[in-house]
Design a protein around this ligand. Structure first.
Ligand SMILES: Cc1ncc(COP(=O)(O)O)c(C=O)c1O
Length: 470
């Protein structure tokens, strides 16, 4: 970490050290009553002035996160333990993990941003399993190449060229086991302790978990139905010199918002100017209702400052774990290295099954039908939301609605009651890098069938009425 003279930079350094210590505590690496590293040791490790660490400890003490024992040092205080009663709520607050919520079996499943398996092409995929074994009898007998199957990368580079105007060679594609792995590899490649990352507010919570685990500092950028405030983005890039901006600008999770075309071009220019890598996560591009979304930011990038992640989990098969990452050299070389350490290549069988389905005419037929089915799902939820008087902005695609609860209702209180009634959704707080958005919820409309969606939404609205402040 570089030392700088400016006061605002010093202030931000203090906040970064503060967040670093707090993140370690929240992740359970330092637990209640553990002795924390001394000021001297931490200053040496983080390459900052001792005064900066001292100030961070003092603030953490004032905030009740840490306590001091005379002449002995700083210790983790009990305030960091379970905050809420009820194991589920406290555990997701502690670990910020979406999976804690999604693991709970419920009848009305609105927390999974996944598509009802009955709407996915499972039967067709099974046809290709047989075909793949006939065509490539040794498919299970060899390792895949680390970068991904040649045929698949060739086919995807053509597809991206024709459909999304991405000028790509197959060498500029890497196949990963899902977008989550791609984010993980990029984080490992790019981020060191206390490096800054711009991240949308709200955002995909697993990405936050990954960046936090790397020890990164998250800098929130608000996303609205009109996109970002570009002056704010520029100010943040100038002030914090982030290593990257992780974004999901098309049918965004959790809000469904789409960043307009005019901002995309300017964002790429900002990224070039401030040398901030844009990580464009784009799993919902093909799930649109009426109009096709604007081109990816990657299409505007001529200098190699955008990495494009295109997962096929959402609308083909989450179980195959196939995702393509487009990026230029030298980042590609580093990513391939990271991938070889992670798993030495995504399973070849999965890549071949995917390739034969993806390059068949069945893909287009499936997508046409799926878009209609999902639009019907969305409209069912919107009708019920309208009846209940809740607020949301209708998205043009994706799988989620970002909903503001009426009055003073707390999403956490509603969540606790809902789980008792076998209804699950995602409380907004876990999507918010600031841990706020307490009266917002994410409702996924893609997993439950139409009847359960209607019934579950009516039950949810009735539950929320019992919580309204009279
Ligand atoms: C924005 C975003 N990125 C990545 C993922 C994970 O995708 P994958 O299943 O390909 O790992 C999700 C899943 O919900 C997502 O919403």
């Amino acid at each position: 970490m570089k030392k700088t003279a400016g006061t605002s930079r010093n202030h931000s350094l203090f906040r970064q050290v503060y967040d670093y210590i707090l993140n370690h505590i929240e992740r359970g690496e330092w637990s209640v009553n553990d002795k924390l590293p001394s000021v001297r040791l931490l200053a040496e490790e983080l390459k900052v002035h001792r005064l900066t660490v001292f100030k961070a400890y003092r603030q953490l003490t004032e905030d009740g996160k840490v306590y001091v024992k005379d002449k002995s040092g700083y210790y983790v205080s009990a305030n960091n333990a379970v905050i809420e009663d009820g194991a589920i709520v406290s555990s997701y607050i502690q670990s910020s993990q979406l999976s804690d919520i999604q693991r709970i079996p419920v009848k009305y499943q609105f927390s999974q941003a996944l598509i009802d398996p009955n709407l996915l092409p499972n039967l067709y995929l099974s046809d290709y399993v047989k075909k793949v074994f006939d065509m490539y009898p040794k498919v299970m007998g060899t390792y895949a190449s680390v970068q991904g199957d040649d045929e698949l990368r060739e086919s995807l580079s053509q597809h991206f060229k024709e459909h999304h105007r991405l000028q790509l060679s197959s060498d500029e594609l890497l196949i990963t086991s899902g977008a989550q792995q791609a984010i993980n590899l990029i984080a490992q490649m790019m981020l060191g302790t206390l490096d800054s990352v711009l991240i949308e507010r709200p955002t995909y919570s697993v990405a936050m978990d990954i960046f936090r685990r790397q020890g990164a500092r998250l800098i929130p950028v608000n996303i609205s139905p009109d996109g970002y405030d570009l002056d704010e983005v520029e100010h943040l890039m100038r002030t914090y010199k982030p290593r990257m901006f992780y974004m999901n600008p098309t049918h965004h999770n959790p809000t469904g918002y789409t960043v307009p075309a005019w901002q995309r071009k300017l964002l790429v220019e900002l990224a070039e100017h401030y040398q901030c890598l844009i990580v464009e996560d784009d799993p919902f591009r093909d799930i649109f209702f009426d109009e096709k979304p604007p081109l990816p930011l990657f299409a505007y990038d001529t200098e190699g400052w955008v990495i494009y992640i295109s997962s096929f989990s959402k609308y083909i098969a989450p179980g195959l774990r196939i995702c393509a990452v487009a990026c230029r050299f030298p980042f590609m070389n580093q990513l391939i290295k990271a991938k070889s350490i992670a798993d030495n290549g995504t399973p070849q069988l999965n890549q071949k099954i995917f390739l034969h389905y993806y390059s068949s005419p069945r893909l287009q037929q499936h997508l046409d039908k799926l878009r209609i089915a999902l639009q019907i799902h969305k409209e069912i939820v919107e009708e019920e939301l309208d009846r209940a008087g809740w607020e949301w902005t209708a998205p043009q695609g994706g799988l989620n609605l970002w909903v503001k609860l009426p009055g003073e209702i707390s999403a956490e209180a509603l969540y606790r009651k809902s789980i008792e009634q076998s209804i699950s959704f995602v409380p907004g707080v876990i999507c918010d890098p600031l841990g706020e958005s307490k009266s917002w919820i994410r409702l996924s409309f893609s997993f439950a069938n139409e009847a359960l969606l209607r019934e579950g939404m009516q039950r949810l609205a009735a539950l929320s009425r019992t919580l309204e402040v009279k």
